[in-house]
Design a protein around this ligand. Structure first.
Ligand code: C2E
Ligand code: CA
Ligand code: CA
Ligand code: CA
Length: 277
């Protein structure tokens, strides 16, 4: 039955081919953009909910495409992971951000930088040495660098856990990101050498509207405190959300309420205009 087979393969192949060509183009454009500095870190403030001071910044990747305009990480991080570009991407963001850090100090108080790691990087035995090298070049102590990981990235991989222990031994602080989403479980809080827990935006969005969600978030804060973990509530957007998470005992908050992710020049302007208490 060749006729049917032919039709089938045409229907199957044409879109596949188009998609492959599109991503091959995007891949070479991403590679070129990393080399030419068109992929840059955006800095989003993380605020201490007790003192209202900026304690640190999360680094989020931004790609300014010459023709398409800004492309968001949900699109190019998966592409970078599929094409061996995650390491050069991370290296370029981390270098820029770590070198800028000392200039972001306020009254001798050096903020921390929180960098997102891809699960692929957890299979790289030289990761800790390379970040230690970047810190040494910039004169930044390693404990000022936080590394964010999701539980699905580290689950069921002995190699990932071993890398986490090496990163920890080098002085970096580890943070479990997106806590409370589909794949995370309570055992991740004692199975991995993490010092921080970031509760997912799904909770912050709903906590002011649904009592049951607020109860779970509150229990997470209690549990973290008892386990000596520090906590961040992400995606805080409204004036009501901040005191709620503060009252639950979350240590830090992050979200549009405090500041959007900003490129370095905008961050400097934001910093200067903010009366840091
Ligand atoms: P994530 O690590 O959970 O980062 C938080 C996301 O929430 C960011 O989206 C941030 O811009 C956004 N956000 C922050 N505050 C608010 C808020 O108040 N409201 C709302 N609606 N959103 C808020 P973004 O920058 O688009 O990044 C998406 C995801 O891409 C990140 O999720 C992270 O998983 C990944 N990503 C970003 N940069 C990097 C990177 O350099 N390396 C790796 N491996 N992944 C990255
Ligand atoms: Ca993150
Ligand atoms: Ca997150
Ligand atoms: Ca997320």
């Amino acid at each position: 039955n060749r006729g049917a087979g032919f039709v089938e393969s045409r229907l199957f192949d044409a879109p596949m081919l188009a998609k492959a060509r599109a991503s091959a183009t995007l891949e070479s454009e991403l590679r070129a953009s990393i080399d030419s500095g068109r992929v840059q870190p955006a800095f989003q403030p993380i605020v201490d909910l007790t003192s209202s001071r900026v304690a640190g910044y999360e680094i989020l990747a931004r790609w300014e495409h010459p023709e398409r305009g800004p492309i968001f990480p949900d699109v190019f991080i998966p592409l970078a992971e599929q094409t061996d570009l995650i390491e050069p991407l991370f290296a370029c963001l981390a270098r820029t951000a770590i070198h800028a850090l000392p200039s972001l100090s306020a009254d001798r108080h050096l903020p921390f930088l929180s960098l997102n790691l891809s699960k692929l990087q957890l299979h790289d035995g030289t990761l800790q040495d390379r970040i230690v090298g970047l810190c040494a070049d910039a004169g930044v102590p390693t404990h000022r660098i936080h590394l964010e990981l999701t539980e699905s990235d580290v689950a069921e991989s002995g190699e990932a856990t071993a890398t986490m222990h090496r990163l920890r031994a080098a002085g970096f602080e580890l943070m479990l990101d997106d806590f409370g989403t589909g794949t995370s479980s309570l055992s991740s809080l004692h199975d991995y050498p993490v010092q921080w827990l970031k509760i997912d935006r799904g909770f912050t969005v709903q906590a002011t509207r649904r009592r049951s969600v607020a109860i779970v978030a509150d229990a997470v804060a209690d549990l973290a405190r008892k386990l000596n973990l520090r906590t961040v509530a992400e995606g805080l957007e409204t004036a009501e959300e901040v005191p709620l998470f503060q009252a639950m005992g979350f240590d830090m908050g992050q979200g549009y309420r405090f500041g959007r992710p900003m490129p370095l020049p905008a961050l400097r302007a934001w910093h200067a205009s903010r009366a840091d208490p």
